[in-house]
Design a binder for this molecule. Structure first.
Ligand SMILES: NC(=O)c1ccc[n+]([C@@H]2O[C@H](COP(=O)([O-])OP(=O)(O)OC[C@H]3O[C@@H](n4cnc5c(N)ncnc54)[C@H](OP(=O)(O)O)[C@@H]3O)[C@@H](O)[C@H]2O)c1
Length: 265
């Protein structure tokens, strides 16, 4: 059954795997047209074919590496060329990197900042003007429970997610009077490609309290469509987020260091 108003379009970054894939599928299933963005052309085109057949919606594919500076301008050109208006923006693409800051490659960290922060901010900036004119629109930014404290051994990743949380909450406040809803999704550990890409496969972080991306996306979809500002899927994740506010910051940083250091033999 479709809940989308006729012709509504959702743009989602990082739609090929994990949480982004599940969210994109849910929106298509509910009758929304999609613009799906990631680097893997074959996977994007496979999803386009599959969802257009399965859900009778229109899917526009943009193959783009969001770590490249020109990516957002090229995305905007493609939308203009195909005359596509975006009603809902989901800034989901992102990645992490495990390791002591003195050892991790700066090239990967600069790319991470570009994808997790710069692309998210720039795309939001570019898509807001039309939402303002229509006096309606929705934005969902994907942060993490990592956003609530600093994270030794993943220092840059945690900091990028703190940015996403802070930026999103500020926009929620600024844009409400213009009819634009901004929500922020803060998942805890979730079984996706993230683990492998961040070099976290040996981490004990991904052995306890791990959710699957379908569950995370279902909760996110439901709460986002209800207009909830901060979405933290799973009771344990909620408790973790709350407890960081009660303890001294230095102590929390030390606990995170300990958890991050635990590796399988
Ligand atoms: N999994 C977790 O434990 C967890 C927890 C909290 C928050 N999150 C956040 O959730 C979001 C989704 O991650 P996930 O767990 O679903 O991981 P994932 O399975 O690795 O998915 C990441 C998505 O982002 C895309 N992507 C990565 N780098 C890109 C780039 N340079 N340009 C364009 N697209 C890019 C990937 O597609 P291509 O490879 O095809 O480009 C993929 O579709 C991220 O923002 C992540 O930080 C994840």
């Amino acid at each position: 059954m479709s809940i989308a108003e006729k012709g509504e379009t959702v743009l989602i970054t990082g739609a090929t795997t994990g949480i982004g894939y599940e969210l994109a599928r849910l929106f298509a299933m509910n009758g929304y047209n999609l613009v799906i963005i990631a680097r893997n052309r074959a996977q994007l085109e496979r999803l386009q074919k599959q969802w257009e057949n399965e859900f009778s919606v229109k899917i526009h594919v943009i193959v783009k590496d969001l770590s490249k500076q020109s990516a957002i301008e090229e995305i905007m050109d493609s939308l203009e060329e195909h005359n596509i208006d975006i009603d809902i923006l989901i800034n989901n693409a992102g990645f992490g990197l495990f390791g002591p800051f003195i050892e991790t490659p700066i090239e990967q960290e600069l790319e991470m900042i570009q994808v997790n922060i710069v692309a998210l901010t720039y795309l939001t900036k570019c898509l807001i003007p039309k939402m303002l004119r229509k006096k309606r629109g929705k934005i969902l930014n994907v942060a993490s429970i990592a956003a609530f404290q600093s994270g030794p051994l993943m220092s840059v990743y945690y900091a990028t997610k703190a940015y996403v949380l802070s930026f999103s909450e500020a926009l929620t406040n600024e844009l409400a009077e213009h009819g634009i809803l901004v929500s922020v999704l803060c998942p805890g550990p979730t079984h996706t490609q993230f683990e492998k890409r961040a070099n976290l496969e040996q981490s004990k972080l991904f052995q306890r309290n791990v959710m699957n991306p379908e569950e995370v996306a279902k909760i996110a979809f439901r709460q986002f469509m209800k207009g909830k500002t901060m979405i933290v899927p799973g009771a344990t994740n909620w408790i973790l987020v709350r407890s960081t506010r009660l303890l001294p910051r230095k102590m929390v940083t030390g606990i995170v260091r300990k958890i991050q250091s635990e590796r399988n033999k």
